[in-house]
Design a protein around this ligand. Structure first.
Ligand SMILES: [Zn+2]
Length: 823
């Protein structure tokens, strides 16, 4: 990057800061204040290692990818510093903003002048790309005939087509606040404030009435309000929220963008999951900073909807890939689960804010679950590859990618992990919350003087936590020690998941009238708490054991959380998990991978309730993990179609976050408990024993997996398809194990009318191979084409080594097949 030659430009394009004062104290804020991650140091082998790799690998990796993929050049070209065209998605500016935000968090903890120089050099381009009145959106400056951002040359009009103008600058505001905090430099903050001033004078009562198509700017504006104390930023954030669902002010964007009705009337979580959870986070910020409780009932209602109906056991949200969004209640298919990494991060942001509003540990239970499982799955342990979706099962395995064309997730991981220490502690009027467990220390600026909290623990592998308090001088205050939901047999708040054999715990101690309406209760045996060796009764209130006393230097709180292997069962309404179990230990959800199975299969595994499961810490695999061992059996389908118990099978489970680190293989989080709910190994039919190939091979393996859908648009069952090919003639082929005589076939067509571009075919026929020629079979019945059932065709017997379905796609559409049987 030509950094130094542009220092001169820097001097020209960076005006002196218009705003130069310290932030005035805010009128209102969250009742609970998090202890900033800069005051928290992890020395454990788990998070400290992740934070280290995040800084040393993920951070430079993100910069390099942004540079190599034209994301930085887009600013350079828009600024007119070089000639070039805009490349990539219209919202790619946001990625570089998120990288700067993450890099700034890294700087706060690890000063690095070289990194500051790199960021400064990029800020020069960003500032130069900003238009004189503050408008900043590189695609609009680089408009060209073959690439027009939604809305064309016109500003702000592409909202319903996904221009994401307000989304991208929302990330700019977060980046600017972070970079200002890290360096005290105004360069990016000035750009952000100029942009925000334009937004505030463009949108609002009597002005433009559109809402952001992708929420984020609400969080960003609240951060600018925090930095400057400038009320208009908070006012505009609130206005954007209140404007949603207001058909008088703009053309509604619908449920997908949470813009079908006013937010106060939204019953539950709907639409695109990242937009939704960013919006809920913004609502919490506006409620806290504005001192306005209006949003709280909506936030609590939507939270209840998520934790009772729409949350995966890994903490992932957003079941549907096509909309990247929430599905209906209890519709949580595992193998097709989307669970975008960004949605998990957004849920973490929202959970933390709910805790800061209400001081209830149920929010941290969800935060902890999503951190250790759904989010960590999104990044490899080496820190340079990423998952976008994070499914809970896979038939063929998956590999993380080093980057994506739509690269929202990698920089989101970067900024989240860089700041992860900020979730560990919090305080309210001098009382302390210990929320996360990890060896290390936190320094808390209490009203009565600084307090150092030191933790020693083997968490998440071991549940003993030693907390040493070091107040500057003896002081009376309360320490709220979180007793995690998993430890009291309440893995998540709400009713979605329970520990097998344990009645749903009534022990979280949420106050009557609180979100769960639970009375304080006794905690399970084995959980102990002591101060300086003297036992303290564990009575929970909102999930915390509260200890109030005069604390002096060297006082030690010891918390013992037994960490048995837990079998998790899902609420019966959750069809995909019926008759199945997920294994957990502590905060970690486990999965089985084919690489650990003698025959490479795990999706056919049955683990009876009676099978003992043991655990063992292994230093030699996956950077050191506790693995689980047990013995179950396989489920097999016979040629007659019955499902029978197969061989006994040793199984091994590893933490879900560590999946897909040992090659592509089957994976499942939810093996069966009983034979009747198992997914059997396919019967050795002729189709099964054949080699499958296709003219355009997208999941061709699915045609002989013997998994039939509920109907022709069932997204939860694997199917092959020819998309994006449309209107062409295509084929799929079986190569038999030697010459076979065949006279009948059956095909179950895929057709996602209403969602995608696959339709029933225009026509199809079967051909057999004779030497080099493909010859149509003599069918005795017409080739029928029907939805929602398997359609058979009989033909004059042929003896051949290969059989083909030739298919003519409808004009403008593609097609797909769930299953193809031959006899
Ligand atoms: Zn993403």
């Amino acid at each position: 990057m030509p950094v130094r030659v542009l220092l001169l430009v820097l001097a020209i394009v960076m005006p002196l800061a218009a705003w130069g004062g310290n932030a005035p104290p805010l009128r209102k804020d969250y009742p609970i204040t998090p202890v900033p991650f800069t005051a928290v140091e992890f020395t454990d082998g788990f998070w400290s290692r992740r934070i280290d790799i995040n800084r040393k690998v993920t951070l430079p990796h993100n910069f390099v990818e942004c540079e190599n993929t034209g994301r930085i050049d887009n600013f350079v070209f828009a600024a007119g510093l070089k000639q070039g065209k805009h490349t990539g998605y219209q919202f790619n500016d946001s990625d570089i903003y998120k990288v700067i935000e993450g890099a700034s968090y890294s700087l706060l903890a690890h000063p690095d002048t070289e990194l500051v120089r790199t960021i400064d050099s990029i800020i020069v381009f960003i500032a130069a790309a900003q238009e004189p009145d503050g408008y900043l959106y590189t695609p609009r400056r680089l408009i060209r005939p073959d690439y027009a951002p939604p809305g064309g040359k016109e500003r702000w009009v592409g909202m319903k087509d996904g221009s994401h103008e307000l989304y991208t600058v929302g990330h700019l505001y977060e980046a600017a606040a972070a970079y200002f905090a890290a360096t005290g430099k105004h360069s990016l903050l000035d750009v952000a404030l100029k942009s925000a001033d334009l937004v505030c004078s463009t949108f609002g009562p009597g002005l433009r009435g559109e809402v952001p198509d992708h929420q984020e700017i609400e969080i960003g504006l609240c951060k600018l309000y925090r930095v400057t104390g400038e009320e208009k930023y908070l006012r505009t954030a609130k206005w954007f929220l209140d404007q949603r669902g207001n058909a008088k002010g703009h053309e509604l964007l619908g449920e997908y963008a949470q813009d079908d009705r006013p937010i106060l009337d939204q019953e539950g979580a709907e639409g695109h999951a990242v937009r939704a959870a960013y919006m809920y986070s913004g609502m919490a910020d506006v409620a806290a900073l504005g001192g306005d409780d209006t949003y709280i009932p909506s936030l609590e209602r939507i939270w209840r909807d998520v934790v009772n109906r729409k949350l995966y056991v890994t903490g992932g949200i957003g079941a549907v890939g096509r909309s990247e969004g929430f599905s209906l209640a209890y519709a949580l298919p595992n193998f097709s689960a989307y669970c975008e990494t960004c949605a998990s991060i957004a849920l973490a942001l929202w959970s933390q804010r709910m805790f800061l509003l209400e001081g209830d540990a149920q929010y941290i239970d969800v935060l902890e679950r999503v951190m250790y499982n759904a989010i960590l799955s999104g990044v490899s342990m080496n820190g340079d590859t990423f998952f976008y979706p994070n499914p809970l099962g896979s038939y063929r395995g998956a590999e993380r990618s080093s980057w994506f064309a739509c690269a929202c997730c990698p920089p989101n991981v970067l900024r989240f992990i860089a700041g992860v220490g900020g979730y560990a502690y919090a305080q309210r009027a001098g009382d302390i919350y210990v929320n996360l467990f990890a060896s290390g220390r936190g320094t808390i600026e209490r009203p009565g003087g600084a307090l150092t909290v030191k933790q020693e623990t083997g968490y998440p592998w071991d549940g003993e936590v030693r907390i040493t308090l070091e107040p500057a001088q003896p002081a009376v205050f309360t320490v709220y020690v979180r007793v995690p939901g998993w430890a009291v047999n309440r893995p998540v708040p709400g009713t979605l998941y329970n520990v097998l054999g344990n009645a749903p715990g009534n022990a979280l101690g949420h106050e009557p009238g609180g979100i769960l309406g639970r009375a304080p209760g006794q905690v399970p045996e084995g959980i102990t708490l002591s101060v300086d060796g003297r036992p303290v009764p564990v009575v929970l209130n909102k999930g915390y054991a509260a200890i109030r006393r005069t604390w002096k230097k060297g006082d030690i709180i010891t918390l013992e959380l037994p960490m048995p292997v837990q079998r998790i069962v899902a609420n019966d309404s959750l069809e995909d998990d019926r008759g199945k179990i997920a294994l957990e230990r502590g905060p970690l959800v486990y999965c089985m991978e084919g690489v650990d199975a003698s025959d490479g299969h795990v999706t056919d595994l049955v683990i009876p309730d009676s099978a003992p499961i043991t655990h063992e810490f292994r230093n030699d695999i996956l950077n050191g993990v506790t693995i689980l061992h047990g013995r179950g059996y396989t489920a097999e389908r016979t040629l007659g179609g019955d499902v029978i118990a197969g061989d006994a099978r040793e199984f091994r489970a590893v933490p879900y976050y560590a999946w897909a680190h040992r090659g592509k293989c089957e994976m499942t989080v939810w093996p069966a408990r009983t034979l009747s709910s198992a997914l059997p190994l396919p019967a050795p039919t002729l189709a099964r024993r054949s080699r499958v190939s296709a003219s355009h091979d997208v999941a061709a393996y699915a045609v002989n997996d013997q998994m039939l859908p509920k109907n022709s648009s069932d997204q939860s069952v694997p199917r092959m398809h020819w998309w994006p090919r449309k209107g062409t003639t295509e084929w799929v082929q079986y190569d038999f194990p030697g010459a076979q005589s065949v006279s009948r076939a059956e095909v179950y067509w895929f057709d996602d009318t209403g969602e995608g571009e696959c339709r029933l075919p225009k026509s199809w026929r079967i051909l057999y191979r004779e030497g080099d020629r493909w010859i149509p079979v003599a069918n005795s019945v017409p080739y029928s084409i029907e939805r929602d059932r398997s359609t058979p065709v009989s033909f004059e017997a042929v003896r051949t080594e290969s059989l083909r379905i030739e298919i003519e796609l409808q004009a403008g559409f593609s097609a797909g097949i769930y299953e193809w049987k031959v006899e």
